[in-house]
Design a protein around this ligand. Structure first.
Ligand code: AMP
Ligand code: MG
Length: 517
């Protein structure tokens, strides 16, 4: 007998390169700024047992988390605020904000707690926040909770926006509970694990401006530059360039919203990200029948945050940020203000440049010409007059033939029937054909390009509502999973889900989405 009785070869524990929450590298650099910027506070777990509603495997992989940990009870404990990952320093961030045009000198995370940040295998930093995890010093009259309904909406929409290629916070998971939460009706509490490189808002700067604590504005701006805009550190006045960069990112973000028909609903300056991300999903809505004055937030009686107000509101919010950064822009207040004004005045042109580019791409145009603006506007006007669904129209338009024969050879890609005034659409189609000919547009290539920018699937309110009702009534989360998977690839045909690409049913018009969440 030789020593081969013990076969150690291939009998050693497997090495996982993936982390679990127990060993994920976790720290909190924001906490090191000091307590003028936040209040340390731990999450308050639910009174009832928590359960997993959905777990975002893609986001887990992004963080280097082992997707298999999805079923571990320890993970549920972290995601429901029962235990903290090692290295976490839970805190609620302080901010102010202009809400519906009025300054609120102190707000802050009233129901969200930032645990810290992790660095992904590819070197990206992501902050983790629990939303709906109990009272903080900034909860004011709120209960610190989030209901399942609004949590599902934020979870699905942030993934849908990511799928559309629009900068946004992400979500790692959502957990549910049997805790009763009082809104217009009795609902149940849920928690979302939100991810962003940073949750710092325009309002995070405003709070110190109105307290005359200018040194804290500088500390915060330096932190943002060091962690998120490192290239600016070498500038002679990095704060000027920071403002310029945020203006550019915000202009691009809002152009992207407009191009897919997204309305945020509560564009207060405390809901505007310093990184140009879509942040704080509340009563948002994707436009269906094209209506520029579309208001998705039923509490917004004046239509301040209507679809066609978003571009200007973006500028209003940027001017709130510029005001708060004023002490850093120039030693001479007057010169700083002049600089800010002239930089803000670049926003409209930046917006138009992005928006025009996106709309041209939606029409499959590759060259820019002077007539494009009226071509787009006249189509939008026709859509408005005929109450044509924004998403369906642009998707079908990819079936357009620019030759001399039939305009739409595939009947299921013919949008003509969407118009009551079909002759009006025909006249527009002839202009479009002439325009395409001018740049020798190839139909097949254009179709491919258009289908990569005109989504087939968006998060329609009624789709979210069906998923919410199933989840609330039966704890059935299958519809959430279907929508989640579908909306990760909004440009793909996914013909098995054809029904999700159609017009909303009649009852969809009765869904009211308010601020209460
Ligand atoms: P929002 O417009 O939803 O982004 O919220 C505005 C402010 O109200 C923020 O400071 C939130 O943290 C706070 N807030 C919203 N809902 C609640 C709640 N249920 N409990 C405590 N604070 C809340
Ligand atoms: Mg908010």
């Amino acid at each position: 007998m030789g020593p081969t009785v013990y076969n150690l070869i291939n009998d050693y524990p497997s090495i996982s390169l993936m982390y679990s929450f127990n060993n994920i590298p976790f720290s909190n650099s924001f906490a090191s700024l000091g307590e003028v910027f936040f209040s340390p506070i731990a999450p308050t777990p639910f009174r009832s047992p928590a359960h997993m509603v959905h777990f975002n495997i893609d986001a887990a992989e992004l963080l280097g988390l082992d997707p298999a940990s999805k079923v571990e009870p320890a993970l549920l404990a972290f995601l429901s605020g029962q235990s903290l990952p090692p290295g976490a320093k839970p805190l609620a961030m302080l901010y102010a904000g202009h809400q519906f045009g009025h300054l609120v000198p102190q707000l802050g995370d009233g129901r969200a707690i930032m645990l810290g940040e992790t660095t992904t295998p590819s070197g990206e930093r992501w902050e983790l926040q629990l939303k709906g995890c109990g009272l903080t010093p900034y909860s004011r009259n709120g209960d610190g909770r989030a209901v399942l309904r609004s949590t599902i909406r934020e979870y699905l929409c942030s993934e849908a926006m990511h799928g559309l290629g629009i900068p946004t916070t992400r979500a790692l998971a959502m957990v549910g509970s049997h805790d009763v939460v009082y809104r217009e009706t009795l609902e149940t509490g849920a928690m979302l694990t939100r991810l962003a490189p940073s949750h710092i808002r325009f309002g995070s700067f405003e709070v110190f401006y109105y307290r005359n604590q200018f040194e804290h504005i500088k500390t915060l701006a330096d932190y943002v530059i060091a962690h998120h805009y490192p290239a600016l550190a070498a500038e002679s006045n990095p704060y000027q360039v920071l403002l310029k960069e945020v203006i550019a990112r915000t202009a691009r973000l809002i152009a992207q919203w407009q191009s897919v028909g997204f309305t945020h609903g509560v564009m207060n300056s405390d809901n505007m990200s310093i990184l140009g991300l879509t942040l704080d999903y509340g009563p948002f809505g994707f436009m269906e029948a094209y209506e520029p004055g579309y208001i998705c937030n039923h509490s917004d009686h004046e239509g301040r945050y209507a679809f066609d107000q978003q571009t200007e509101t973006g500028l209003f919010n940027l001017s709130c940020l510029a005001q708060a950064l004023l002490p850093l822009l120039d030693e001479q207040a007057e010169q700083g203000a002049e600089w800010a004004k002239s930089t803000l005045s670049e926003y409209p042109a930046l917006f138009v440049e992005h928006y025009a580019g996106l709309m041209r791409a939606k029409l499959g145009l590759q060259e820019a010409t002077i007539e494009d603006q009226s071509l787009v506007q006249d189509l939008l006007d026709l859509m408005q007059a005929n109450r044509v669904d924004y998403t369906i129209l642009f998707r079908k338009l990819s079936g357009f033939s620019s030759g001399s024969g039939l305009r739409f050879t595939n009947p299921s890609y013919n949008p003509r029937d969407l118009f009551i005034n079909q002759e009006g659409f025909d006249a527009w189609a002839e202009r479009y054909a002439a325009r395409l000919k001018k740049e020798n547009s190839n139909d097949a290539e254009r179709r491919t390009r258009m289908n990569q920018v005109n989504p087939k699937y968006i998060l329609r309110n009624y789709l979210a509502e069906i998923a919410i009702r199933k989840a609330e009534d039966k704890q059935d989360y299958t519809e959430i999973d279907i929508l989640f998977t579908l909306l990760q690839r909004p440009f793909d045909e996914q013909i098995e889900f054809e029904a999700y690409a159609g017009h909303p049913p009649g009852w969809a018009g009765d869904i009211a989405v308010s601020c209460s969440s």
